[in-house]
Design a protein around this ligand. Structure first.
Ligand SMILES: Cc1ncc(COP(=O)(O)O)c(C=O)c1O
Length: 407
């Protein structure tokens, strides 16, 4: 971070930090740390902005990102559909009354029993990217609709996915024809540009690849009914990312220019973009020490019980940070290494982050934009419990507080 940016971060909360989660509002929440303070109004606002920006595209929220019941309920009430990675996720949706026939099962490799149970529940659309999975689908979900996951360039994302999944363009056409031979319904095409994607051109290239597949299959007499734009829509942390408007401009133009025809269903599976900014991780300082001249802070949350993405991306990105100290913006700041509560050193989250020189045991650290891939990753490693979600803002707020503070 440049000196100017560092100074700014010390003095101001980022503009996208929700007012309902301001340090003043969080100070009034009387819950044991660590907890994830959630503002459901932000979830609803992000959903509304997303659907307005890309008209005609149906949203299937990728619930792996944050499956807290209040988040799922908020999105379901607004009309969102869902994308699941497992039968466990589908069961969670069924418990809150979501109809399985509205759900996409996009994980390209699925357990046979999960395919059969999903089909019995009424789910009828399954993603795949290989011949082996097609045979499995034909056996356990005969006649189901299938959509192929294309491998696309995800090199400008922070979390690439295409080494693990995705059929090459030349394989995809043959696989869709095989699906037809096996009695399945060749239904659609999908891709994932990688999570927290930082360039709009990634979507244009991916839509172009999907368009080429639509054209090739058209020659074979196969007319696809769905184009699914996947996830990857970025959220705001500290670094700049393309705005939703910029991505939507690129996507809307690509959909107009690069497809031989427009499939009946245009879908997207945003995860992080809808929920990351809706929550703040609230942790307490357990210890402050100097080790070999380095300032260390020990918190009751670490990489294993909530902040796994900090370990996956060591030194590559920053979460916005604030503290409960009333002198936060008034005192000099020092660089700290911020680690978790376990006896393992790899639960360390941040290196060289500037925090108030006065911070001490018992103070709280607020980790902003923490609504995505935090609760859903958290383990009980070393016996430390995952943070609980606490709804602080929105129509269903139930703040455990002696007094409620308006931000
Ligand atoms: C199939 C699928 N769809 C959507 C998503 C959501 O991605 P993001 O959170 O980047 O929007 C993921 C994330 O891994 C995924 O695997």
């Amino acid at each position: 971070m440049t000196a100017a940016l560092a100074d700014q971060a010390r003095l101001d909360l980022p503009a996208h930090w929700p007012a309902a989660l301001s340090p003043r509002a969080l100070a009034a929440v009387d819950a044991p740390t660590p907890f994830l303070a959630v503002d459901l109004t932000t979830v609803a606002d992000r959903y509304a902005a997303f659907t307005a920006a890309i008209p005609g595209v149906s949203t299937f929220y990728a619930m792996k990102c944050n499956s807290a019941e209040d988040v799922l309920g908020t999105l379901a009430a607004l009309g969102s559909s869902f994308e699941v990675a497992s039968i466990g996720e589908l069961r969670m949706l069924q418990e809150i009354g979501v109809d399985a026939s509205e759900v996409l099962y996009s994980n390209p490799i699925k357990p046979p029993a999960a395919i059969a149970e999903a089909r019995r529940a009424g789910l009828w659309r399954f993603g795949f990217d290989s011949e082996g999975e097609l045979h499995k689908l034909a056996q356990y979900a005969p006649g189901a609709a299938v959509y192929i996951r294309l491998r696309v360039d995800d090199s400008t994302s922070l979390f690439p996915l295409s080494r693990k999944f995705g059929a090459e363009a030349h394989e995809a056409r043959a696989l869709m024809l095989l699906a037809r031979e096996l009695g399945l319904r060749p239904y659609g095409v999908t891709f994932h540009v990688g999570s927290q994607c930082s360039t709009t051109s990634a979507w244009r290239q991916a839509v172009a690849a999907a368009g080429r597949l639509l054209a090739a299959l058209h020659e074979d007499g196969v007319h696809l009914e769905m184009l699914d734009l996947g996830g990857g829509f970025p959220a705001r942390y500290v670094e700049r990312v393309p705005s939703l408007a910029q991505i939507a401009d690129t996507l809307n133009a690509a959909l107009d220019e690069l497809l031989p025809y427009r499939p009946a269903l245009l879908a997207a599976e945003p995860g992080r973009h809808l929920v990351a900014e809706s929550a703040v991780m609230v942790a307490s300082v357990l210890g402050r020490e100097v080790r070999a001249g380095e300032n260390w802070l020990y918190l009751d949350v670490g990489a294993y019980n909530g902040m796994m993405e900090t370990q996956q991306t060591v030194q590559q990105w920053r979460f916005p940070l604030w503290t409960s100290r009333t002198d936060h913006a008034l005192v000099p700041h020092l660089p700290f290494t911020v680690t978790g509560p376990s006896c393992d050193s790899s639960d360390t989250m941040f290196y060289g982050v500037n925090l108030p020189s006065t911070i001490e045991v018992g103070d709280r650290l607020y980790i902003g934009s923490a609504g995505a891939y935090t609760l859903s990753y958290a383990s009980h490693f070393n016996g430390f419990p995952p943070p609980e979600p606490v709804v602080v803002g929105g129509p269903h707020a139930h703040v455990p507080a002696a007094r409620q503070v308006t931000p």
